[in-house]
Design a protein around this ligand. Sequence first.
Ligand code: DQA
Length: 150
Amino acid sequence: MTETDQSPRPVLVLNGPNLARLGTREPDVYGAMNYGQLTGFCEQVGADVGLAVEVRQTDSEAELIGWIHEAVDSQTAVVLNPAAFTHYSYALRDACAQRTAPLIEVHLSNPAAREEFRHNSVISAVADGTIAGFGANSYALALTAIATAR
Ligand code: DQA
């Protein structure tokens, strides 16, 4: 980007399995905001901090890995909620390890305060950082971190 190029920086916000079911999925854990509302929230926060946010969700590990490859090849920053893949997908981890731009892991809930199988993330070591436990604000904090990174 040149000094005169003020076009918003693209960011992919990628969501793993079951996250399209927000709103009705365990609202006591994940909150009342549905997936469409989360998408709108991320787009609005992104616009506020000068980012062009595109939000996607898939239940497919292969599709999610393909999107990470796309981000790697285009040097696009990623906010990633890997959902349950967080805890066991070495294939997703290996894709994230190839990152060429910031990649931030986010969670709506705080997995460290939940069942033991959620305590380990195989993604954290190949992310620039992890933000968990703040509901939709986890995404807002990650987008702000990308927008203000030095
Ligand atoms: C989650 C936490 C994961 O443990 C879980 O499998 C999810 C959602 C979260 O955003 O809190 O699907 O990533």
